[in-house]
Design a protein around this ligand. Sequence first.
Ligand code: MOS
Length: 726
Amino acid sequence: MEAIGKPLDRVDGRLKVTGAATYAAEFELPNMVHAALVQSGIGAGRVTSVDDSQARRLKGVLGVITFDNSPKISTPASRPASLTKPIFGGPEIEYNGQHIGVVVADTLERAFQGAEMVRFQYAAQKPRVELAEFKSEAFAPGNSRPSSRGDLNAGRASAAQIVTASYDVPTEHHNPMEPHATIAVWNGDALTVYDSSQGVEGCRRTLADTFNIPIENVRVICPFVGGGFGSKGTTWMHVPIAALAARTVGRPVKLVLRRQEMFSGHGYRSHTIQDMELGAQADGTLTITRNSTLNETSMSDDWREDTARMTGMMYACPNLEATGKIARLNKISPTYMRAPGEAAGSVGLECAMDELAAKLGMDPIEFRLHNDTQIDGSNKKPFSSRALKECLTLGRDKFGWSERKMEPGTLRQGRYLVGYGVAGGTYPANFRPSSARIMLMQNGAVLVQSSSHDLGTGAYTIFTQIAAEELGVPVDNVRVELGDTKLPDGVTAGGSATSASTGSAILNAAGELKKRLVSLATETKGSPLSGMAITEVKAENGRIFATNNPTKNLSYTDALKLAGQTSVEVTGSNGRAQRANLSYYSFGAQFSKVRVDLELGQIRVEKMLGVFGAGRILNAKTARSQMLGGMIWGIGMALHEHTQYDPNTARVVTRNLADYHIPCCADTPEIEVEFVPEEDTQMSPIGAKGIGELGIVGAAASIANAVYNATGKRIREFPLTPDKLV
Ligand code: MOS
């Protein structure tokens, strides 16, 4: 029963395309009412007065809660974790769009109307909006993890060529198709929440802490997620606000963020300015690597965009320093966004690598191969597996790299300039505690349960495949249930950890389940294996048999019937920590071909190839989709995405999908994805490393490097919009 690795169609595909998959906002509860957020109209300053009398008189309005009349409720802050924060802003305002109240009404329209009618007066201050203006105030946060080795001056002195350059990646927003949404309902002191979340367990803890109730009293349900990309990895304020609203009006309350509220109601990719210094000897050997990153954070959270991690481990270099500082702005806290750290970090490192290769007159693939290493220089540990070389060389062969001209601006196609670019990519291969339950029913049906999530990534499908293969039953017999705190504690879907972590838990649980079946078959009277030692019996492919005489056997289901048991179940965990003497990362290489119209400043990506070494691929189809999604996002990062703020009000002005540009089909070229064979059981028992984030890493840099190759112009301020090119 081979199932793992096959390009099995999504088991939840039909549910999704028919609308039968129920997302958080789609649960229908009796007596449910609607909430609308009231948000600050200034970016900094104070609310001087609140007048909610008109809103209260509006027909259908059931409750008006503002910071002014709310019970004082605080929720754990994400960073530093020791802080708590009031769930409403006010009277002091930290950012524009900060929730300062909520209106509950019998209909959504009345809730919105009521929210409009709450009047505030403000004493506004000039907000802090532009990161570059606050560089002099930047500080290293308490959680900063700099990387440092060797002697920078010695590295500088021994370099034949040095590149110093600053790369700017602006604020970007995740924009999942499904907005954040919460339905909250109280039953006495017990709270049930339907929430669009990447981690129901974390949400549950946050709510228990916020409302000071036992964790057993909180249940969080989220069977489907329409994309999260990190934005739903933490519990943002609208969640406890929905719960407070429900408690206040004594009815179930639904609260859905509108698209424009998705630009101030949760975090985003922090704006980063990376000052790079890279030097090498004439033969291409790196002698110095430095990355000093500045990133924006909120007025109260110490968000750190960890660009230092990739700089510290990617290439062999004896003299290195990677540091990060943060500066406070009037914005909500930044957060995880697809490949946090590496997505931006790869722009600094991989563009600077390209610049240095050009200065050295070296092919950029050769330059990377020359500095490849099997040792993580940041901790001196060997990588559990590292296929960067294989990714680069396979990509070179497949992509038509020999068409590339070393001299930029020399390849023409009619009126267009054509260029090729490459970049390396990596992402930590995370393995975290997770558990799962497997039940086998007498009719042969298998139920797999974990509170982990499928964010749209394919987790339902690969978990089905893992259970089917390990038990040796058809995939059609297996059903998977996810995203509910009543299920066994599964890992948060973040950091690309779900497949390796929960996948391994399912693998272990299935193995344990087979042992139970062996015990059952040897202990049950009337079984052909009755009385045999368990060491002489095996369970495989749906049958339990004597190893020395496989004709003595019975099916799993007959074993249950004979024993008079309707089902057998096992809860398993992934049961193993990563070994401390290795370093765990996935790797990839990104290739882009662009066509540039220099008169119009227009860049078109003509084709892309991503080659990845990401451990065992559990489903060829969904894995490819993950990489495609990441690479397309890389096009957005390179060419389109830029959250822009009004400098006077700190209000996001690009707060819809017409003004916040993401790649559409016409922007998206032919994209190929290749995986190099790799199975890393040192990383995780299932052999997988995780793929959710890797696909974006290096994608934007490869496009920018291709633009340089096409035009000879080095644009270091992302996105590469036409105004920067002409
Ligand atoms: Mo991922 S950005 O850790 O959800």
